[in-house]
Design a protein around this ligand. Structure first.
Ligand code: SF4
Length: 249
């Protein structure tokens, strides 16, 4: 009986959590014709993935194996599993976050903790999924406050500039191979890495940037939404901008 009550309580908690996030599913996307003119205008169309005979899935697998063996920065010595990237090798949208945390370090996949579950909901709200997009981080190994305690929760920190510089080549190679139509930087660390800026998300979001010819949008990291619900609305606006651009072709 105790087990049944516990299961019921868990289900009710899960439902309440979903209702908390109903903003994502209750809001509807505007039609492509209702755009505010905020589509990127300066970047030329990108060639399709795999152009030039490059076999993208094989090249990504080769790169992932390289990352698996990488010790170019100290993070490689303390991480459990690198979180290389996940999603479609022909994705139109590539999301870039900061770095793996506790759960990602164990599962070897980006955005699988609480922030990742929220990202899944955000994607679903605009008809996307983890399988349809590509998700990666600026560093592939877990940056820890105290690297001697990999089993400690809440031991995450942003990567240092040196760590980001050491790992940057892998991210650039992923972008070159996948050739997404649009990049989305999740949070200020990813934005700083990709745009070489010191500006925060508040100043960078709401307009298009350019990363080596690929239009780039900046929005808040899902972890920021977990800390502060007021970020939910601007992220929703950013997702609408993203979808308008995708729908416009
Ligand atoms: S974070 Fe990047 S550069 Fe550093 S060890 Fe891991 S894969 Fe290599």
């Amino acid at each position: 009986m105790h087990a049944e009550l516990a299961a019921l309580a868990a289900e009710l908690r899960a439902r309440a959590e979903l209702l908390d996030d109903r903003d994502w599913s209750a809001l509807t996307l505007p039609s492509p014709a209702s755009g505010r003119g905020d589509e990127p205008s300066s970047s030329p169309p990108l060639p399709p993935a795999g152009e030039g005979g490059v076999r993208v899935p094989e090249e990504l697998a080769r790169l992932a194996a390289e990352v698996e063996a990488c010790r170019k920065c100290p993070l490689g010595a303390t991480r459990l599993k690198p979180a290389f990237g996940v999603g479609s090798p022909t994705a139109q949208v590539m999301f870039v976050g900061e770095g793996p945390g506790y759960e990602e370090d164990r599962q070897g996949e980006p955005f699988v903790g609480k922030a990742g579950q929220l990202l899944d909901k955000i994607l679903a709200s605009v008809g996307l999924s983890r399988q349809a997009v590509y998700i990666a981080n600026v560093v592939k190994c877990h940056p820890m406050v105290d690297a001697s305690q990999p089993d400690k929760r809440g031991n995450d920190r942003p990567p240092t500039p040196d760590e980001m510089a050491a790992c940057r080549g892998y991210l650039e190679a992923q972008i070159r191979l996948i050739r997404p139509k649009v990049l989305v930087a999740l949070g200020s660390t990813a934005a700083k890495c990709l745009l070489a800026t010191e500006d925060g998300v508040g100043r960078l979001r709401g307009r298009w940037h350019d990363f080596a010819g690929t239009p780039l949008l900046v929005t808040y990291h899902p972890a920021a939404l977990l800390r502060d619900e007021t970020y939910k609305r601007p992220v929703w606006e950013d997702m609408k901008t993203l979808m308008r651009t995708l729908e416009a072709g």
